[in-house]
Design a protein around this ligand. Structure first.
Ligand code: SAM
Length: 250
């Protein structure tokens, strides 16, 4: 991992970033820097907007609860989103927050909620999902905010995958076998294809869904071991495996 300044707080901003710009902070951001982190004038803050790379800025308090940021210099070039799609059946809110943050930390470049037969609930709060993705990016030095794809039903999600994209299907009914060997057998680690991962809801996949997913060419049904994992645990396990064998953790 390149030397990286994890001591300075990182903030995601929507504004364009260029040397000399002065950015007013919103109340929440000002409160966080001034009163939570107790940053002082001139303290460095790192800014990113998902487009212009990462910039060092200095804090210019303009009151007890307000501050601006003076943008100084770019310290990291913008990175591109990883070509790793994370497809998941929505969970109840607190666990969904966790799942969204872990998917971002583990390098998902696109996050897509997928409604399946046993998914709990029929709605998803995309604003909340995005807020969790941004928070994970701020905390983990990530510059490319993942794309939050529209929530769809399973058939549409499968349809939307390009033919060349390898789908790693976490199938709790798959016979226990070596997941590393299964991934190595599904794609060439020296030239991995675009990737997608699919994790089901707490109630798992129906037999009809399982058959439909397995019928898709370029799909590998992966066992994550002899125990049934909670969906958010499965998310972390499969993303770590995929990144280690075919992704950016090699
Ligand atoms: N169908 C299971 C049951 O009824 O006990 C529960 C599903 S599990 C809580 C949620 C999702 O995590 C599954 O649909 C699957 O995608 C993934 N998962 C959990 N354990 C797994 C395992 N051992 N192997 C592969 N995937 C697993």
């Amino acid at each position: 991992m390149p030397a990286y300044d994890f001591t300075a707080p990182r903030l995601f901003v929507e504004a364009e970033l260029r040397a000399g710009a002065r950015l007013p902070l919103d109340r929440a951001q000002a409160n966080y820097l001034l009163n939570v982190l107790r940053r002082k004038p001139e303290d460095p803050v790192l800014l990113f907007n998902g487009r212009d790379g990462e910039w060092r800025a200095s804090l210019a308090p303009s009151g007890r609860k307000s501050a601006d940021l003076d943008v100084l210099e770019r310290v990291r070039a913008q990175t591109v989103r990883a070509d790793l799609h994370y497809l998941f059946a929505p969970l109840k809110s607190a666990r969904l927050d966790y799942l969204a943050q872990k998917a971002v930390e583990l390098g998902a470049g696109t996050i897509r909620p997928v409604f399946t037969r046993y998914t709990q609930g029929e709605r998803i709060n995309l604003e909340r999902l995005r807020a969790n993705a941004v928070e994970a990016a701020e905390q983990c030095g990530i510059l490319a905010i993942p794309d939050l794809a529209e929530a769809v039903r399973l058939p549409e999600a499968l349809e939307a995958l390009e033919a060349e994209r390898l789908l790693v299907f976490c199938d709790e009914d798959a016979p226990v076998s070596d997941p590393v060997a299964a991934l190595r057998g599904a794609a060439d680690p020296a030239a991995p294809p675009p990737l997608a991962v699919l994790v089901g809801p707490e109630g798992g996949f129906s037999e009809e869904e399982r058959a439909r997913i397995r019928a898709r060419p370029n799909t590998v049904a992966l066992s994550l071991g002899p125990r049934i994992l909670r969906a958010d645990t499965a998310a972390v396990a499969v993303l770590a495996l995929v990144q280690a064998v075919l992704g950016d953790a090699r």
